[in-house]
Design a binder for this molecule. Structure first.
Ligand code: ASN
Length: 360
C-alpha cells in the first residue's frame, strides 16, 4: 500500500481505504508480450501500472477472486462469493470497487443490492469495453473514477454513495436500475427509469437527494446467501405457442417468473393464455410483469389486456428492469418466507429498485 498527502476526494478529511474485488471481464485483460494474446492483468501491481492513483486520497488493496471469469459465466454462487468477500472485509474498508465483465454486470449489481442487507458503505461496480492493456482503454478512467467515488464522503464524513452502484463512462447509476444497452459503445449502460446518482465531467457532480443515506441503517450488515434458481424469464411475442409456454411453466421446481410483456404491461387476452397464467399463480409461482419497452412503467389498469393479467394474479413489476426483477425474485424466494410474505416483498421497493410514484 502506498500513501500520499494529496487531497482530491470531495469533502473527505481523512484517507479512505478501498478494497478492489477483481472478478474478471474485459477490464482485466492485457496483452501478453510473448504471445500477443489477451491474458488477465495482475491488479496486485495497481500502483506501478497506474501511478496516478497515488494522487487520490485513498489506500487501496486488491482481492482477486480465485477464478477470473468472463462475466457470461457468472453464476449465483459467484454473487455469494463476492458478497462473502465484502462481509469478511466490511469493517476494514470504507468502500468496495467490484471489477466485473460488462455482459452481466447489471445482473450482478442488482443481485448484490438485494443480498447485502443493511449496507452502509459504497459498493461500486465497474468494467470496460476495451481491455485495460490497450492504449485506448476506457478501463483506466472507469477504474480511477470508481475508486474516487467509493472513497468520497459528504461534508459530515458519511460515505457519499453508501449503496450498490455502477459506474460506467460518465455516469454513476444505482446498480439495480441499470441495463447494458450497447455491445460497442463506451457509454454502454443505461438507467432507463432512474436518473444518474452522479455525473462525471471535470468534476464529479453527485445528485445527493437521490442517493441512499447510511444514517438510517441501524442494523449490522447481513449477507443473504441463498438465491433460489427456480426462476425463469419469459418474453412474449406475437405467436408464442401454448405448448411452449405450458412446457416452460410446467418445469419442476419453478417458483418465480418474470414475464416481459408489451407496452404498459399488456399481454394477449386469449382464453388459454389467461387460464395458464391463473393456474401458474394458483400453483404458488410468483409471476412478475415487466415491460419489454426500453423505458416506462407497467400500469396494468390502463388497458383491458393488462387488467386481465392482473385479475389472473400476476404482480406488477412497475418500472423495474428485467435484471432487477429476476435477481429480486431469486433473493426473495431464497429466504425462508411464506408465499404471502414473498408476494408482499415483491410488491414493495426494498432497495430503490422501482419507483414509488409509479404506484397507483
Ligand atoms: N465478455 C466480457 C465480460 O462480460 C465483456 C466485457 O467485459 N466488456 O466479461
Amino acid at each position: 500500500m502506498q500513501r500520499s498527502s494529496v487531497w482530491s476526494v470531495a469533502s473527505a478529511s481523512r484517507r479512505s481505504s478501498i478494497l478492489i474485488i477483481y472478478t474478471g471481464g474485459t477490464i482485466g485483460m492485457r496483452i501478453d508480450q510473448q504471445t500477443g494474446a489477451l491474458v488477465p492483468f495482475d491488479f496486485g501491481g495497481i500502483y506501478e501500472e497506474f501511478p496516478a492513483l497515488k494522487y487520490l486520497s485513498v489506500d487501496i488493496d486488491v482481492h482477486t477472486m480465485p477464478k477470473l471469469i468472463d462475466s457470461s459465466n457468472m453464476q449465483p454462487s459467484d454473487w455469494v462469493a463476492m458478497a462473502e468477500v465484502i462481509r469478511s472485509n466490511y469493517e476494514r474498508y470504507d468502500g468496495f470497487v467490484v471489477l466485473h465483465g460488462t455482459d452481466t454486470m447489471s445482473y450482478s449489481a442488482s443481485a448484490l443490492s438485494f443480498m447485502l442487507e443493511n449496507l452502509a458503505k459504497p459498493v461500486v461496480f465497474t468494467g470496460s469495453q476495451i481491455p485495460i492493456g490497450r492504449l485506448r482503454t476506457d478501463g483506466r478512467e472507469n477504474l480511477i473514477t470508481a475508486i474516487e467515488i467509493a472513497g468520497a464522503r459528504r461534508a459530515d464524513g458519511e460515505p457519499m454513495v453508501p449503496e450498490v452502484s455502477l459506474l460506467f463512462h460518465s455516469c454513476l447509476y444505482r446498480g439495480n436500475r441499470t441495463h447494458k444497452m450497447s455491445a460497442e459503445e463506451l457509454d454502454a449502460f443505461s438507467s432507463p427509469n432512474f436518473p444518474a446518482l452522479a455525473e462525471v465531467g471535470v468534476k464529479i457532480s453527485y445528485n445527493e437527494p437521490l442517493i441512499s443515506s447510511a444514517k438510517g441503517v441501524a442494523e449490522p450488515l447481513r449477507v443473504a446467501t441463498m438465491m433460489n434458481e427456480g426462476v425463469a424469464i419469459i418474453k412474449l411475442f406475437p405467436g408464442i405457442g401454448e405448448y411452449t409456454l405450458r412446457a416452460i411453466l410446467a418445469v419442476e421446481g419453478l417458483r418465480g417468473v418474470v414475464l416481459e410483456t408489451y407496452g404498459a404491461g399488456n399481454a394477449p387476452t386469449s382464453e388459454w393464455f389467461l387460464r395458464l397464467m391463473r393456474e401458474t399463480v394458483e400453483r404458488g409461482v410468483v409471476v412478475m410483469n415487466v415491460t419489454q419497452c426500453d423505458n416506462g412503467s407497467v400500469e396494468m389498469q390502463l388497458y383491458e389486456t393488462g387488467l386481465r393479467l392482473q385479475a389472473a394474479g400476476v404482480l406488477s413489476g412497475y418500472d423495474m428492469t428485467t435484471e432487477a426483477a429476476i435477481t429480486k425474485l431469486m433473493y426473495v424466494l431464497g429466504q425462508n418466507l411464506t408465499l404471502e410474505e414473498s408476494v408482499e416483498l415483491m410488491k414493495m421497493p426494498i432497495r430503490g429498485e422501482f419507483t414509488l410514484s409509479a404506484l397507483v
